[in-house]
Ligand binder design. Structure first.
Ligand code: FE
Ligand code: FE
Ligand code: ZN
Length: 276
């Protein structure tokens, strides 16, 4: 199956996102669990969650992706900032139990000058606090561009996190094409990149792809997304990504600068480029 979708606003609730996805011919989507500042999330509406689940099943959607607020930093030097990240993520995961079997993606964090080893240690510590054997959600580490002191710009760092987490069977990785390009990996040499991923992390742990072009040259460590074909990666390379045999049946999610009509056009384009 080819699962393609985009980031959607969650302001009108769960089922509304499913209906919007259907309108633009998507069969997966991503949403923020709460506003990016990480403030209080709205109470879960059980009926709304069940309505979405029914819609996803009826229309054969792939897994959907909840995205943690990107301002959280479980690797912060400040204990309060860390505990806020922890509490927010634990609360998000409790809510995700209303939509079992899906994905929860987060940015591993920034070490803010403490050094990568300490940042990695804090992220592992946080995950060992949050994950439970009972949860029905897979928690994804997103590959990062490496701006500032971001952790997760190399497959090696992500591997170190997964190795340190006790319940790492509940975890996986979301590969963001803009981020890996900005971090220095070459998507043009896709087999090499995936071989490296497989060696370090294992391809079976690749659970989702953020499909974005990048405004900046490879290795720029910037993280500025571009629309498909409007950046330095290009349509041909992104087409090879969606068609790669090792990347079938995992959700591809656009996070390109677009309104809904723009997303609909990109989804149509990518469907036309996908060769089954
Ligand atoms: Fe992200
Ligand atoms: Fe992303
Ligand atoms: Zn990004």
């Amino acid at each position: 199956m080819f699962f393609i979708g985009c980031h959607l606003s969650s302001s009108k609730g769960f089922e509304a996102m499913g209906k919007t996805a259907l309108e633009i011919n998507a069969n997966t989507f991503q949403f923020f669990t709460r506003n990016p500042r990480g403030s209080q999330a709205k109470d879960i509406n059980l009926q709304d969650a069940q309505a979405l689940q029914l819609l996803l099943k009826t229309h054969h959607f792939g897994p959907i992706i909840a995205h943690a607020p990107y301002t959280l930093n479980p690797a912060s030097a400040d204990a309060k900032t860390r505990s806020f990240a922890l509490q927010t993520m634990a609360d998000d995961l409790a809510r995700m139990e209303y939509l079992p079997g899906n994905l929860y993606n987060f940015h591993p964090g920034s070490h803010v000058g403490q050094g990568a080893p300490e940042g990695l240690r804090l992220i592992i510590e946080a995950l060992n606090e949050i994950l439970t054997p009972e949860q029905h959600t897979t928690v994804l580490l997103e590959t990062m561009a490496g701006k500032g002191t971001e952790i997760g710009r190399s497959f090696d760092e992500l591997k170190q996190i997964l190795d340190g987490v006790k319940l790492n069977g509940k975890m996986g990785v979301c590969l963001d094409t803009c981020h890996v390009h900005d971090a220095g990996y070459s998507l043009a040499v896709l087999d090499g990149l995936l071989e490296e991923f497989d060696k370090q992390i294992g391809l079976k742990n690749l659970k989702a792809i953020h499909l974005n072009d990048s405004l900046n040259p490879r290795g720029a460590r910037k993280d500025r997304h571009a629309a498909i074909g409007q950046g330095e990666i290009g349509t041909d390379t992104l087409s090879r990504v969606i068609n790669h045999p090792a990347l079938q049946n995992i959700p591809f999610c656009l996070e390109t600068p677009n309104d809904l009509a723009g997303y609909a056009r990109e989804i149509a384009l990518l469907r036309s480029l996908h060769r089954q």
